[in-house]
Write a protein that binds this ligand. Sequence first.
Ligand code: AMP
Length: 551
Amino acid sequence: MLGLMQDWSMTLDKVLDHAAMNHARREIVSRSIEGPIVRTTYGDLRTRAKQVSHALVHCGVGIGDRVATLAWNTARHMEVWFGAMGIGAVLHTLNPRLMPEQIAWIANHAGDEVLCFDLTFLPIVEKMAPLLETVKHYVVFADRGAAPKSTLPNLVAYEDWIADRPAIVTWGQFDENTAAGLCYTSGTTGNPKGVLYSHRSNMIHAFVASGGDAFGLTSRDTVLPIVPMFHANAWALTFVCPMVGAKMVMPGAKLDGQSVYELLESEKVTLSAAVPTVWLMLNQYLRDTKSKLTTLKKVIIGGSAVPEAILRAFEEDFGVEVVHAWGMTEMSPMGTLCTMGPEEDGLDHESRIKLKLKQGRTPFTVEMKIVDDAGKDLPRDGKTFGRLLVRGPSITKVYFKGDGARNANGTALDEDGWFDTGDVATIDAKGFMNITDRAKDVIKSGGEWISSIEIENIAVGAPGVANAAVIGVYHPKWDERPLLIIQPKPGETPDKAAILAFLDGKIAKWWTPDDVAFVEAIPLGATGKINKLALRETFKDYRLPSAQAAE
Ligand code: AMP
């Protein structure tokens, strides 16, 4: 027997309809790419998103067609986002931090038909254009009559493109399983793979993300999504904020400490979300200028592990709650959040800090387990490491065009429907998960595993250290031993012995790196994470002193 409730298709256009009906005057404030701060509201954003839909229909875009953006977080980007999704087109966020050839490869693979981009990316788009096989329309985010001179065919300024268009296109009215968004994985190994979100998967994920033990947002909040929309849907904030009617502050291209600080204070931001690199820059700025955070209550930190120094700076010095989160593009992206329950009330400060360094518990709808290399389930004892597998309604089943299939049935899942995250983790009896490494970054020393992430997190707190990375380097006796790579703070020359002494007692003795190397800058990948592949290439011929001694 089926239930007798209404068929209310969970399509994402309803999110913006809701915001425009109930929070029409709540603001979306953007730092424009041209510089000045611009303000709009959910009411106006919806009207303009409808105008985008009209322009897209005029370009021949319909259900399932791909509309690409190459843009920072701004209200205009959100207009195209909802304008495309509203008519059942697929919004494909391209990552401008990739090389132009890589972006072109991805756009061709996706079959993008329209490309909307920030003015500053014009040189990249012009360089890519001869390689683009499917893009028919180029739209630059610019004012009326302000399209720059360009070699691009039929380049139109965004405001000209949508000007005078009626806001009459009907949204929704398609199946909730229709594709809504496309985002390619960082592709540190092999070609990038497309993750194709549906309206339903994003809607469920946004409900979950808005929950009290997740982002816990209400219409009283002001949110600064620093995490880019091209990095897994800005971690759902572009859906959750309109869903609850929270004010949004969009940072545009400027993510340095000073620019972020200015927005946090001038717009009275209460919650923000970003990868650790951004927080390292803000932290440095706050220290250098002795500035205070007066309105910020909570920061969501994820994408890579939260360094202890950052956790302590926010919680101990600035009075801001840190929520450590883990996830991946394939998970929409949220997998776990480290929020404290009543059982944690009795913890003393140091135990709390220690717990908050873990990636946390799954919200409802995410299932998680660890297994050994043979696929056997491992215990939830907080000690045993294993491959981390996940399952749920907002997790990838198959990559776009069937890439990355692991199974005879053509999916990227195992026989029981689990997705292998490629991460290695422990899970404790209460469900707190702790990432110990990427499966490919874990250092295998004498048959045992050493977590590169754990050493990095501690090393980044050593005096004079701006950033730290650990990679495994060949060793004749142990196979691999850890090499610690340090990027010093500007103007400082930290000492090898002092750094190793700092680690002493904080990690197992046998985890102590065999050597320390110094670099001007630790290379970061396109989503702000340490690029271990590049480091391994740089240090591929590195000979550890201990290796020489063992030969
Ligand atoms: P991406 O799809 O680019 O977001 O990358 C996902 C990967 O980033 C995960 O599989 C993890 O390896 C890593 N990651 C994300 N969040 C965290 C975290 N809080 N701690 C450690 N690693 C993380």
